[in-house]
Ligand binder design. Structure first.
Ligand SMILES: C[S@@+](CC[C@H](N)C(=O)[O-])C[C@H]1O[C@@H](n2cnc3c(N)ncnc32)[C@H](O)[C@@H]1O
Length: 214
């Protein structure tokens, strides 16, 4: 596998993030992730010591930022991206050495009983402790995943859990996004947009951070 690195700044420090030339979309850092990173930096006082889950992490950069700010972080994606996530954890270990970080495969299909895909026992164990915060960026982009992601969040976001999801608006994805928001709303999640908490230099018309709470 050939990698190309990018540097991601956080709080005056630099994370080295490897990205993949080949493979599915998770192999690179998406702009939505950079916006969510800046958002986390702005709420860093609030995430210290919290139990955080990152879904669809890709390179794992946003989970690493959460760990840098002192959270206990589960960084998850499909099995395909675990080696990349583990590589990025390893090469930034000095910056996150005070925070426990757990990379593991968490496929959203586990939460759709029609998929008949059993959640492995070691994953179920990792999900036992309730999450304070769930983070995800740019994860609504293909039809079946809308329902999988909704079911995953419905199952894992217990009372008081805050979900922060960044997303780039893409005209062709509007129906998927609408479907996702409708499912979340009908399941009792309240949604708001975090405009002010995104650092000014990262604010742009086509990316927002959404907050969901029950
Ligand atoms: C557009 S990428 C975003 C990656 C990263 N969050 C970012 O913003 O840089 C979408 C991510 O969702 C993950 N994903 C897609 N389907 C998934 C599934 N069924 N279970 C878990 N993760 C999935 C992909 O592997 C990929 O890493």
């Amino acid at each position: 596998m050939t990698f190309f690195d990018r540097e991601v700044e956080v709080n005056g420090k630099t994370l080295k993030i490897s990205q993949q030339y080949v493979g599915d979309v998770g192999g690179v850092v998406w702009d939505s992730a950079l916006v969510l990173n800046g958002f986390l930096e702005n709420i860093s006082g609030k995430i210290k010591g919290k139990n955080i889950l990152e879904l669809g992490a890709g390179t794992g950069v946003t989970g690493l930022i959460a760990a840098y700010f002192g959270a206990r972080v589960s960084i998850t994606d499909t099995a395909e991206f675990l080696p990349l996530i583990e590589k990025n954890i390893e090469q930034n270990k000095e910056l996150i050495k005070l925070s426990p970080v757990y990379p593991f495969c968490l496929d959203w299909r586990y939460f759709d009983e029609n998929e008949k895909l059993e959640t492995p026992e070691h994953v179920t164990k990792k999900l036992e402790l309730p999450f304070d915060i769930i983070i995800l960026s740019d994860c609504i982009y293909y039809e079946p995943a809308v329902n999988w992601l909704f079911l995953t969040l419905k199952s894992l976001a217990k009372e008081n859990c805050e979900i922060y999801m960044s997303m780039e608006y893409r005209p062709e994805k509007v129906p998927l996004v609408k479907e996702f928001f409708e499912k979340m709303k009908s399941s009792g999640f309240k949604m708001s947009i975090e405009k002010e908490t995104v650092p000014e230099e990262l604010r742009c018309p086509d990316i927002d951070v959404f907050k969901f709470v029950r």
